[in-house]
Design a protein around this ligand. Structure first.
Ligand code: C2O
Ligand code: CU
Ligand code: CU
Length: 479
């Protein structure tokens, strides 16, 4: 129906004029928000959906009028959005044309460790890797990015990241017309050199680089025109270190419908959501015809969230298509742990170790029985960190003993761990047994992850925990 509505001419700014704002000037919202293309799968025998991804170098205009070298999947910058359904078997055919080794990790995907794309599944330059798995988890906004140990920060910063949306045909009805009323917003901060190339050392200082420009889907100074009364925004913090506190400039309320690992039980109304690196939040926001409103990030005092930043201008058309209301019930899963559940403790000190140990690809830190439900307690003795666990879904039980904000009580895989605080998680592990291929857990501030704030766990047959070797003889030492 959107096509029948009158277009709002130039509501999204002029289409010309090079932007020379380095350092940042006030945004003018001159550029139409880029929507990453949807990947088109080839359907093979048995209905397997094959997605081809090529990691390559290219040239992109991140700032208007300035071409610069960037990295991307299937294109010069970022990657296509992959969309598949629960129950689908997918095969990812990944080719590495970067000229150096990398990996592709499916962040948020619950799959066998050999398909996970962490540091143990390197793809050599010129080589291909074709993991295949059946999607068996609730609808969620997940994403993919490289994970080569020691170089993740640089590979992501140069542009390697994309979304992987999981739909559930049995799920509630939410806006889902991609690019129309279901809009991805990948937030990434950058610093730019005079030639328009992303600059700054993502391994510098305590947190790595914090940028002073925010690109949304790789678009600088972006504007989004909407044509429906309600729009689902899928926010991904794809930044190296920066945390965002996202709100509309007029503080309007919106509904949070999902977090990292799936939908909330019921929508939660709020006016602000915070995302540390790697986290996702799905919101449904309402707009009135003809209005314009800015989406921004408010600064905080966590060291990784400095400064107020405008993110995007939303322009509503003069006539909006009707949208159904957000259902009152969205999902009925809740992650709980049994009484007497095992508790594991993870101490964060400095920025290059967990429990006093730097990541060692040949060391298994934790052995977890398949299907376990455990409490993981993350105790931060220093400044801001966060914590991501591969393969699992978890629920935040409490932060320093207090329950998290309502919208953060849903299914997640990454959580902000404020300085000098303790976060307790109820963690649900999967059933893909493999005693010799580990999954990772780590701080998702990429500078910290790269410098060793990461550990490894394996999932084993229950009862065999003590029989599993804690050293991997053939661990890949790539980086
Ligand atoms: Cu998003 Cu181990 O990573
Ligand atoms: Cu991950
Ligand atoms: Cu950290």
């Amino acid at each position: 129906m959107a096509a029948a509505l009158p277009a709002l001419v130039s509501a999204c700014g002029s289409d010309g004029g090079p932007d020379t704002s380095i350092p940042p000037a006030r945004l003018t919202f001159a550029n139409r928000l880029r929507i990453p293309p949807l990947a088109r799968p080839a359907t093979g025998p048995g209905g397997v959906k094959r997605f081809d991804l090529t990691m390559r170098r290219g040239q992109a205009e991140l700032l208007a009028g300035r071409r610069t070298e960037t990295w991307g999947f299937n294109g010069p910058h970022l990657g296509p959005t992959i969309r598949a359904r629960r129950g689908d078997t997918v095969q990812m055919a990944v080719t590495n044309q970067l000229g150096e080794a990398s990996t592709v990790h499916w962040h948020g995907m619950r799959l066998p460790a050999r398909m996970d794309g962490g540091p143990h599944q390197p793809i050599e330059p010129g080589a291909s890797w074709s993991p295949r798995w059946t999607i068996d988890q609730p609808a969620a906004t997940t994403w993919y990015h490289p994970h080569p140990h020691g170089s993740t920060a640089m590979h992501v910063y140069r542009g390697l990241a994309g979304l992987f949306l999981i739909d559930d045909p049995d799920g509630p009805k939410l806006p889902s017309a991609y690019g129309v009323d279901d809009i991805p917003l990948i937030l990434q901060d950058k610093r730019f050199a005079a030639d328009g190339s992303p600059t700054g050392d993502p391994h510098r200082g305590t947190f790595g680089m914090l940028g002073d420009h925010v690109l949304v889907n790789g678009t600088h100074d972006p504007c989004l025109e909407v044509s429906t009364e309600r729009v689902r925004l899928r926010l991904l913090n794809g930044s190296n270190a920066r945390m965002y506190h996202v709100e509309f400039a007029d503080r309007r309320a919106f509904q949070v419908v999902g977090t990292d690992a799936g939908l909330l039980n019921a929508p939660v109304e709020t006016a602000r959501v915070s995302l540390s690196p790697g986290e996702r939040v799905e919101i449904v926001a309402g707009f009135t015809a003809g209005e314009q409103v800015i989406l921004r990030s408010a600064g905080g005092d966590a060291d990784i969230d400095e400064g107020d930043l405008d993110l995007l201008k939303v322009v509503a058309r003069d006539r909006l298509a009707e949208s159904p209301a957000v259902p009152a019930r969205l999902a009925d899963t809740r992650i709980d742990v049994p009484a007497g559940a095992r508790v594991r403790r993870f101490r964060l000190n400095g920025h290059d170790a967990i429990n006093g140990e730097e990541m060692d690809p040949s060391r298994i830190d934790e052995v977890v029985p398949a299907g376990a439900r455990e409490i993981w307690e993350v105790e931060n003795h220093v400044y801001a960190h966060n914590f991501h666990i591969h393969e699992v879904a978890f629920r935040v039980l409490d932060v320093d003993g207090a329950p998290p904000p309502a919208y953060l009580a849903g299914p997640k895989d990454t959580v902000y761990v404020p300085g000098k605080s303790t976060v307790r998680l109820a963690v649900e592990f999967g059933h893909h047994i493999d005693p010799t291929t580990p999954y990772m857990y780590h701080c998702h501030l990429l500078r910290h992850e790269d410098s060793g704030m990461m550990g490894q766990f394996v999932i084993v047959r229950p009862g065999t925990e003590d029989l599993v070797p804690r050293t991997l003889a053939h661990a890949a030492h790539h980086g």
